[in-house]
Design a binder for this molecule. Structure first.
Ligand code: PEP
Ligand code: MG
Length: 611
């Protein structure tokens, strides 16, 4: 069942079949090269808690079990769809196996057995699944027929999947991966990426996921090479296999030959040299050739990334995605804990402004600690996400606002609200902020002399089109081009099957960006852009030409964009932007951007070293 969707580079018969070099195709979502042993997350057991369920909770426990069955069925269905993209032969074989798994998950023996253990023995669902799976697997293993006996492994795999879904992954699924491992899984969630230590993990790849999902964004921030949408990873690789992740070309090379390894080592060295060269721009200010100063800020997912932001020469933080600090835990952090984390970040940024975004959970960013508050939604991206949750669960919002206000006493802070669609939402948040401040003052807590500026993410088309009205209730805007693209074009940004249609340079998206920037200028409020396109040198001239003067991006992108800015003039950028905005279709825009006004002439940089 190994290595199906493949092109083989090795000469025929050169090695044992299981060790032939094989190239698996996917979408490169974070550039770079990683070479190392695979660690297949789904092949490892998970720690299963055991406890006695209270009599009053039994019904809820049975429901929890059924929810995990539905989730598992859905995942298996998604994998089956991916498997259909594999070459014929492989797709039928894997498709049949996945169909069999679906049957096992809902088999009456498993379902009734687990229900009985929960109801009669008051066992928690995870332990009940483990017990019942062990009994079913033992039955298969004892069979005389080899084929049937080998089904025991399949039963265990189905059980492990069910248990993981019950646990909602509030544990580290790769805690014991050896240093230098490349993580592989059906799906890498944003919460998984928050656990990745780039000192220990070399890169990752998964069957599901698109280039603009948060796992991809996090990979770019961590500087980890990553490839998603690799269908052939379904049953294709085993922990310990030697692999290469080529994040530039979107390839996984399994069992690479010595020659291939040597080639990729060379590539990795070349990239490292390039990065070092760009790092020398750290202290060069971003000033255009006609002397307009551009503010270069960093996006952070975790407070520890402040070091990377400063190293890259960021002039502040344009976006802190606070939700990452709420992931991988079963409880919500209280006000004091949130305050300590944010205070440390503000202090570490040494007086540079820090834009803290309130929680943006929901959609693909799930944090198990929120449990049922997030509820089930047919369209999670359109459901109770971000500030919508904050306004129906004001205790969560108030606690976070209190922590941010307290941290603002230690350095300049701005507060950013995600997924705003109406001015009334902004007014409600401001009202809450004022009340929270009053309460903190009564508690005698140290606060900044003035309330921090309060701004809105402009990432819903309706918000962009109402930018004039919103500008009257906002102190600043931050354009979220990732979601703006998702919602304008109705493309799920994390779904690899529609990734080819995700296009932030579609004229419709560009018009919304143009309109938002113009509205901010009219109202005389600052506007930044913190979606992924801020880090794409192809559009730097266009964004400057549209009037953008503040960029925020993953720290690793800062030097390159700075270099690009230093080689442009605003007048040249305005002409270029006018030309781009005249285009009616995305192909014309794309060809202008490809050929575009972003040519880089590094020599002119050296004249502008900071005094
Ligand atoms: C965006 O939507 O562009 C953005 C910056 O926010 P996030 O990627 O966290 O949704
Ligand atoms: Mg967003």
């Amino acid at each position: 069942m190994k290595n199906k969707d493949t092109t083989t580079n090795a000469p025929k018969g050169a090695a044992k079949k299981s060790e032939e070099e094989v190239v698996l195709k996917g979408i490169g979502v974070s550039s770079g090269v990683a070479i190392g042993p695979a660690y297949v997350i789904d092949q490892h057991g998970v720690p299963v808690p055991e406890y006695c369920v209270l009599a009053s909770q039994i019904e809820k426990e049975v429901k929890r079990f059924h929810a995990a069955i539905s989730k598992t069925q859905k995942q298996l269905g998604q994998l089956k769809l991916r498997a259909e993209t594999l070459p014929s032969g492989a797709n039928e074989e894997i498709g049949l196996l996945l169909e069999a798994y679906k049957g096992m998950v809902s088999s009456s023996r498993l379902v009734r057995g687990v229900e009985t253990l929960i109801v009669d023995e008051r066992m928690n669902a995870e332990a009940a699944v483990q017990r019942q799976i062990a009994a079913i697997a033992a039955g298969f293993a004892a069979m005389k027929d080899d084929y049937l006996a080998s089904r025991a492994d399949d039963v265990r795999e189905v059980g492990a999947r069910l248990i993981r879904n019950l646990l909602q992954q509030s544990y580290n699924p790769f805690a014991d991966a050896p240093s230098g491992s490349i993580l592989l899984a059906d799906e890498i969630t944003p919460a998984d990426t928050a656990l990745m230590d780039p000192e220990r993990i070399a890169g990752f790849a998964a069957v599901l996921g698109g280039p603009e999902g948060h796992a991809s964004i996090m990979a770019r921030t961590l500087g980890l090479p990553a490839v998603l949408g690799v269908s052939a990873l379904i049953k294709g690789v085993t922990t310990g296999d030697q692999i290469i992740v080529d994040g530039v070309e979107g390839k996984i090379i399994l069992h690479p030959t010595a020659e291939t390894i040597q080639f990729y080592r060379g590539e990795a060295q070349k990239m490292a040299r390039e990065t070092r060269k760009l790092r020398s721009l750290r202290d060069v200010p971003a000033i255009t050739l006609d002397n307009v100063s551009i503010k270069m800020m960093a996006n952070l997912e975790l407070p520890r990334d402040a070091v990377a932001a400063l190293d890259a020469g960021a002039e502040g933080v344009g976006l802190v995605r606070t939700e990452f600090s709420f992931m991988n835990r079963s409880d919500l952090p209280g006000e004091d804990e949130q305050f300590e984390t944010l205070r440390e970040l503000v202090v570490n940024m040494k007086g540079l402004p820090v834009t803290i975004r309130t929680l943006d959970v929901g959609g693909e960013k799930l944090a198990s600690a929120f449990g049922e508050s997030l509820g089930e939604s047919v369209n999670p991206a359109l459901g109770l996400r971000a500030i919508r949750l904050g306004l129906v669960e004001p205790k969560i919002l108030d606690t976070q606002l209190a922590a941010i206000l307290r941290a603002a006493a230690y350095g300049p802070v701005r507060i950013l609200i995600p997924m705003i669609s109406t001015a009334s939402q902004m007014r409600q948040v401001r009202e809450r902020l004022i009340q929270v401040e009053r309460k903190l003052t009564r508690r005698g807590i140290k606060l900044p002399p003035l309330l921090p500026p309060l701004g809105a993410m402009i990432e819903i088309p309706g918000a962009a089109l109402s930018a004039d009205a919103l500008s009257r209730v906002c102190d600043f805007f931050a354009i979220g081009s990732n979601d703006l693209t998702q919602y304008t074009l109705a493309i799920d940004r994390g779904d690899e099957r529609v990734a080819n249609l995700y296009n932030p340079y579609h004229p419709a998206v560009l018009r919304l960006i143009e309109f938002t920037i113009a509205a901010a200028w009219r109202a005389n409020i600052p506007v930044s852009l913190c979606g992924e396109i801020a880090g794409d040198p192809k559009v730097t001239a266009l964004l400057l030409g549209l009037g953008l003067r503040e960029f925020s991006m993953s720290p690793s992108r800062l030097p390159l964009i700075k270099q690009t800015i230093c080689n442009l003039t605003i007048s040249q950028s305005v002409t270029f932007a006018q030309e781009v905005m005249r285009q009616g279709n995305e192909e014309e825009v794309a060809s202008l951007l490809e050929g575009g006004a972003h040519a880089i002439q590094p020599a002119s940089l050296l004249m502008k070293k900071k005094k």
